[in-house]
Design a protein around this ligand. Structure first.
Ligand SMILES: *Cc1c(COP(=O)(O)O)cnc(C)c1O
Length: 426
């Protein structure tokens, strides 16, 4: 039976209005702070909203200083600059992540080396990281992401970094409010970034923030992000500048949102648990986390299909083929089925080592050189010659998907999504 037919046969009524993966959830205060910016004419990259969200974020996260920027990507770029990355420097980076974790390394001419993922939290594998330092002992910087709001194994990662004298940049873009051993993510690195992009748990429509415990670093970022103007009556420049500061209007939106972080986390957690319960007798599991040591912010609920319950699925660079099978399913079949009822899911973030732009970059798995195993880059495919994934990131990408995780989704809507997923395994 053809898989597309299988989902077309499902008699589910589409939602009248789309259920999103993760869309902004506004509360009313946002517009008041935006209005205040307008009425006081602080329509600029200076103003009370900016000062206030920097203060509130420090208070929440527990860091000494914060600089509001135009994007999380800008915060990561400033972090890479502060870390002193020079052309040709190798930098270890999480492999299964959004490209914005990694691109700033290239902005400074650095060379990302990707570290494979582990199954416990879907983040950087400390075992692979240790292996990477054996292969490249001179590396001095590691960029770690907390994917989907789930904290990485920070103790293990930090211990290895300390052993090799490497600094950490923490990409907490997706994990604002999540904790590891009771400590907020965004405070483990020497340089840290969060994002207020439209799909994040707290949003300004766009925006990001650089977090640090070093006031000198914060001041450098304040200077660099406002065109590196020296203290002179005219435009005087000694360093390269950037136009990266957040607007006071955007900051007004963030300011109105910030008090709702805990509420948003509660809603996301309830969504995660409802999926977990509703899917518990299927051959799938939810994106995992270390229940003993970490509390995610549950930004996105994801699932992964057990290997034996996967129907045939082959991915090219831009398209995908799958063959439906009784009792089995695959991520694209489920995503198609979800889309057919007007809800938005998404494939797992495709690992960086599988991206054409990064095909020449190093990649390290638990066993060592991940490129040696795949004998260079395997064009787009999610699998090796024997049909099996070659590494953990590739495997999670092959078998996993992100589910609709919008705060505003009703229980009834979520139940219908669960029914649709269940039907895929009939
Ligand atoms: C969203 C995101 C970023 C970038 O943040 P922007 O504010 O969109 O620039 C970086 N890393 C990860 C993991 C993200 O999800």
């Amino acid at each position: 039976m053809n898989a597309v037919l299988k989902s077309e046969e499902m008699q589910f009524v589409p939602f009248a209005s789309k259920v999103w993966l993760s869309s902004p959830t506004m509360h009313g205060e946002e517009i008041e702070f935006v209005k205040e910016a307008y009425e006081t004419n602080w329509m600029s990259t200076v103003g009370a909203n900016i000062n206030e969200i920097e203060r509130l974020t420090c208070e929440k996260v527990g860091c000494k200083d914060a600089v509001a920027l135009s994007a999380g990507t800008a915060a990561l770029h400033m972090a890479v600059k502060l870390a002193g990355v020079k052309p040709g420097d190798k930098v270890f980076c999480s492999d299964m992540t959004f490209s914005a974790t990694v691109n700033p390394v290239l902005y400074e001419g650095g060379e990302p080396i990707f570290i494979d993922t582990e199954y416990d939290t879907w983040n950087m594998d400390p075992v692979a990281l240790e292996k990477a330092f054996e292969i490249y002992p001179d590396v001095k910087l590691v960029v770690v992401v907390h994917l989907y709001g789930t904290p990485a194994k920070m103790d293990e990662i930090k211990k290895i970094c300390d052993k090799y004298g490497a600094e950490i940049i923490e990409d907490a873009a997706e994990s604002f409010g999540a904790t590891y051993k009771g400590i907020q993510t965004g405070t483990f690195g020497t340089y840290n970034a969060i994002s207020f992009n439209g799909n994040k748990i707290i949003t300004g429509s766009s925006g990001g923030m650089f977090l640090t415990n070093n006031p000198e670093d914060a001041n450098k970022v304040r200077k660099w992000s406002t065109q590196s103007r020296e203290n002179a009556p005219w435009y005087q420049h000694e360093e390269l500048g950037y136009n990266y500061r957040m607007s006071n209007v955007i900051a007004g939106v963030v300011r109105g949102q910030l008090p709702y972080l805990d509420e948003h986390i509660e809603q996301k957690k309830a969504i995660y648990e409802r999926y977990k319960e509703g899917l518990k007798d299927l051959p799938v599991s939810m994106n995992p986390f270390d229940e003993e040591n970490s509390v995610p912010n549950y930004w996105l609920s994801c699932l992964i299909i057990n290997p034996e319950a996967m129907c045939k699925q082959v991915r090219g660079e831009q398209e995908i083929l799958y063959v439906g099978e009784q009792g089995k399913s695959c991520p694209m079949e489920i995503l198609d089925a979800i889309a057919s009822i007007n809800a938005e899911g998404r494939p797992i973030w495709k690992p960086m080592h599988m991206q054409p732009i990064y095909r020449m970059n190093g990649f390290v798995t638990r066993e060592g050189n991940g490129r040696a195993k795949s004998n260079a880059y395997i064009s787009g495919g999610a699998v090796g010659a024997d049909g099996k994934p070659l590494d953990i990131g590739m495997d999670i990408f092959h078998r996993g998907l992100c589910l609709p995780s919008d705060n505003k989704m009703t229980e009834e809507q979520q139940d219908r999504i669960i029914e649709v997923i269940r039907a895929c395994f009939e």
